[in-house]
Design a protein. Sequence first.
Lengths: 205, 259
Amino acid sequence: MRVTVIDYKAGNLTSVLKALRHLGAEVEVTDADLAPVESAERIVLPGVGHFAATNYLDSTGLTPAIRAAIARGVPFLGICVGMQWLYAGSTEAPNQSGLGHFPEQCARFSESHEKVPHVGWNSLEARPNSRLLAGVESGEFVYFTHSYKAPVTSDTAAITHYIEPFASAVERANVFGVQFHPEKSGATGLKILRNFLACEGEGTR
Amino acid sequence: MITKRIIACLDVHGGRVVKGVQFVDLIDAGDPATQAARHAREGADEIVLLDITATHEGRATLLDTVRRTARELFVPFCVGGGIRTASDAAQVFEAGADKVSVNSAALADPTLIDAIGRSFGAQAVVVAIDARRDPEAADPVRDAQVFVQGGRKPAGRRVVEWAREAEQRGAGEILLTSMDSDGTRAGFDCELTAAVSEAVRIPVIASGGAGTVVHFTDVFARGRADAALAASIFHFGVSSARSLKEELAQAGVSVRLPC
């Protein structure tokens, strides 16, 4: 299982790499070099921090390389900001476009008496036919830390409730995203990463 | 529904977990990597490792401990003690921590919070505050005094205003230790915790005084804590996070179960 992890200089990759290696993946990290993306079997785009940091993907030419990989059928997993980047954009950085694979916008949680960021373990309501969430029971907990979120749409693979229902996972064909941190979500998180590593795309051999 | 977190804290000295009362009479309580793995297996929602005697010479030992502890840990992992600069923090992240906790160094130079937050995101910065009620103050709770150097020296700051500044500078969470309650096993300082929790929008982790299940239900309800830290009650197999959480669930607290 070969997986290419994209380092776009937005925070710390150690935990994601560690979890993927723990599951037996052969991990390759790339920052500005496009060749690993062009030959990738699977791609993971992690990310914590600010949506504006995804500008790095545009300035390095990674965005079109990732778009082409997705079009080839390579399984792609975006984590946290990496999931939000799959959408058209985020109100966190209105001048920075996302990939636009999903046409909606990400937005900050509505004002309420609840705290923002949403930090901690919250439960998933998973769509039954999700490949990414196969074997994940409704009510299983995963670890979140974020202030912006994606809306619930027909591509939503899991819903989580905090202030309002939001998309905690998204899935369409070979493109997956999770708002939570599977690398920090105990056995449930590892199960989800294992499901991703088991996904066969046209790019996998 | 978001759950209340139970965080297991490992005090580490010279690469070993230690337990003592107010930092004296330290008892060896095992290997940090083994202990952290056990807490995670037994249901802790997060692990905090505090290097209680962090020294310059001890830095290599700490990084090695963090690396070994992080290796098989798949829950959030926070490391504190002796982090004085953004580059200290970078080394700790590189070794496998998800968050760092800063205390004295942030009081000496509050821009440390901004610097770590800019590079690693607000979610990675926990500001630890050691506070003691000030009976002389107009409001002994909100104006509780902040202490540095393991509680030995007043920092000249008041707890609520310092917590707010930390939030504005980009802290992701506050780890609030009541020095009045610490080591007593007589309960958290719920008034102090509530005063800070209501003053900021970021999560507050209550620390100091855990002894029984009721102490936890109190600090989540009256103290408005988002998480609670426990060290001594988990040592030597006294109680596991799972059994604590099962009792909390029975008392109506939303917790991560099964875990």
